[in-house]
Structures are given as structure tokens and as C-alpha cells.
Design a protein around this ligand. Sequence first.
Ligand code: AKG
Length: 303
Amino acid sequence: MNEEEKYRFDLNGYLVLEDVLGAEELAAVNSALDGHGLWEGENKHDFRLLKQYNPFIANAGPLHETERPVRDLLAHPKVLPYLEELLGADLRYDEGQVLFARKGAGALVLHNGNTPWEYPPLSYQVREGQIYAGHLIVAFCLTDALADQGGFAVVPGSHKSHFPMPDEYAAWEKTGDFVSRVPVKAGSVVLFADTATHGSWPWAADFERRVVFCRYTAGMVQHTSPAPVPEDTDFDDWTPVERRLLRPPFAWHQENDGGFKERQRTSVRTEEGWVMSEYAQQIIPSAEATARDAAEDIAGERG
Ligand SMILES: O=C(O)CCC(=O)C(=O)O
């Protein structure tokens, strides 16, 4: 994340990343989703329908239970560096799904915001020049959503707002320039803090809107239950990076295997990317104990 991106993300609570998905990648993901039959009530991919507000919207998934290449998006190499910077290296994947919408899908209420401040671990904070986002959403746009077509709606700056949004704004009964349209081309990503007040503009285009949403938290935080794990699926092709993302929240493990050990599951950077490792916190031996151990070793070697 360069300084310009950091400035805009902190200012607005969201950032558009263009051309994250190349033409082939985009075509492969879209073709894997084609023919879903959801509008005809046929559900040919056996999705679980997670959130369906009306007959013109289907939130299908969950993403980690879908076939590749759709599932590949949850560990996208162009997006992970942003997530690591904003959530820390031990971030986890918390939830994800595919949104299908067609003409007739109305506006989705504007939800979330910094006030009321309900969930401190999920809140947006900046300390000593470092952003600490508790819960981030990555929206992979599989189709265009241009300004006059509808799609993602956001209230810029609301991830830091100190007053609650008026109810009539949230319900779209009264609107104005406080809520933005975010026009995107297919292949772009909208990265946003879940704390930013957001929702959807009514979908007005003749083609189907498709977005893959992936949600991430810091390692010790969980937003949605149950935590998605590889064991939910029959897939045995999970990469180390995906396994790192698909783990339940954690802070510390304590073990007592003869001597006392406190272990923290952390991630370390290797040539293959971030992988899980075990870090054991230990007592640093005193100079006296080190000298005694050395003397015992020498005596052992002699004896
Ligand atoms: O339509 C969008 O891009 C936002 C959808 C959303 O906020 C949600 O599903 O919670």
C-alpha cells in the first residue's frame, strides 16, 4: 500500500484497486459461475443461499466451499499485501460469498459506522502511523458497475464518524451527497472497512451484477460464526497460504508438557509467502544457570 493509497483509505474508509483480476482470470471465475439457475429456482451449483433479501438478489456460497477458481479469490496474491498491512500478518479469512443481483434489486439499507461504537475489536484505529482495521471486506467485482448502473454505496469518512447516522438516511428515505456511488470496471476490487457505513444502490442495468465478497479480521478476532476451516470441505488441495487464512481466531496457547511453555501461533514470511509457525515464549536463562549448564556439559564430556 503506497502513501497515496494509505491516505485515501484512511480518509474515506475504502479504496478501489483497478485491474486486480486479469482478463483470463476474470473469464475463468465468471464461466465457473455461469448457468447457476438461481433466478429459475434451480441452484445448479448447489450453493447454500446465505442472504436473500428479495427475488432479485442471491448471496450464494460459502466461498470456501466453492470450486476453484472462484475459491482462489480468498487468498488473492495482489490483495493479501494490503490485508497484511491493515490487519497484521496473522489476519484470518472470516466469511465470504458471491452476490448475484439483477434488475429489480432495490437499495440495501446503509449499515454500520463508527458510532454507535459497538464492537471495539472490529473498529478502525490508527496508532503511531499504523492503521489497525478490525474487519475488512474485499469486493471482487466480476462485472462492471458504472455510476448509472448502481452497486456499492458508501458514506466516505463514516468509519471515523462520531455521531450516528439519521434513521431516514439509513433507510434511503432521505438522501444526498453524503452517500457516494463507487463506479467500478469488472476486475476491480473495492477494499473497505466494515465500519464504514455502506449498502447498495438499486441495480439498474440489464445484465446480472456479480461480486465476490471476502471478509477478513485480525488473527485474534472473529466476526461471523462458525469460523470457516478447511475441514468444512472435502477439498485436499489447500495451499499453505490458504490454510494460514482459514484458521479459527487465536491469541495464545498454553501447554504443559513437563516444563511450562506458552505458545503463540504466528505466521512467518518464507519464500512461499506467509506460513504458520509455532513461537514458544521461554524464560531467558540467567548467566548463572548458563554457566552451570556449561560446567555440567564439560563434566559430562569428560566423564
Ligand atoms: O452491494 C454492495 O456492494 C454492498 C453489499 C453489502 O453491503 C452487504 O451485502 O452487506
